[in-house]
Design a protein around this ligand. Sequence first.
Ligand code: F6P
Length: 323
Amino acid sequence: ITRIGVLTSGGDAPGMNAAIRAVVRSAKYYNLEVFGIFRGYEGLIQNDIKKLENRDVAYILERGGTFLKSARSQEFRTPEGRQTAYDNLKSHGIDALVVIGGDGSLTGAHLFYKEFGIPSIGLPGTIDNDLSGTDSTIGFDTACNTAIEAIDKIRDTASSHDRLFFVEVMGRDAGFIAVNAGIGSGAAATLIPERKMPVENLIERLKSRAKAKKQSNIVIVAEGGKSGGALEISKKVKKFLPTYDIRVTILGHLQRGGSPSSFDRLLASKLGVAAVEGLIHGKEDVMAGIINNKIVYTPIKRAIVDDKEVDEDDFRVAKILSQ
Ligand code: F6P
């Protein structure tokens, strides 16, 4: 391997810049050339590729977003799109890829590897934390911190007005952000796609809290919940508790922005180096992650299988502390 291409794809996540920087700097350390591919697979198809030097990645470690930009490419889903992408890679002499993104992006890397044999290493870059093969994905910690900080502010106004707030957090179809935000903000209940909580149970919970003289309540709702988002659930609850003063806040994309936390900077930096070292040692079609503080390479096919579970203990803690 002499030339590595690096791209970020899918929803951006805080820490992606730190990962890019680590890929560039470690590649240089090992005397490899690095090419930045802009706007993910879309830029690969459009040949938006530029050689990167150490100075190109100065002062990006602490910045949110991704300076390589990101996209969700429809064209890369087609065989023709992938053929053009491959031709462009070859025209630059790029012989290995580092793909930073979530499950859709890593699925693309896996397919590309299968079709063209380009050695590729994925890095888990998503706020959703829904990839196996790593305890935490890049951006998840920052997103949880952002959500908790926002909910603290909602708590202030909820207490002043004795209100019930439903706060919707991101996570696509996973409840990792919701459970962390629920524990970290002292929520009255946390509703996640992975566990059913009938509205009746939620009503019971709220009534028993009222008996305990708790006047304000915050209920965290993960966006991918089967009983609907925060707005829908709030309407159902209002029917049972018409006297409650209810408000809804959807945190949305603010959870994707911001300067990465120290945890995400370290994770992204270690994984960026692990990606380059993995490629040098002949690893391909794997995702680099950290489990129990050790770098682990997991076949991409396994990492993207949707079997990462919200920790049973975490969910129990959230429940115990919400009484
Ligand atoms: O995968 C990251 C994520 O932020 C999810 O939590 C959310 O469901 C989705 O992306 C939103 O995507 P978009 O930015 O395309 O609206």
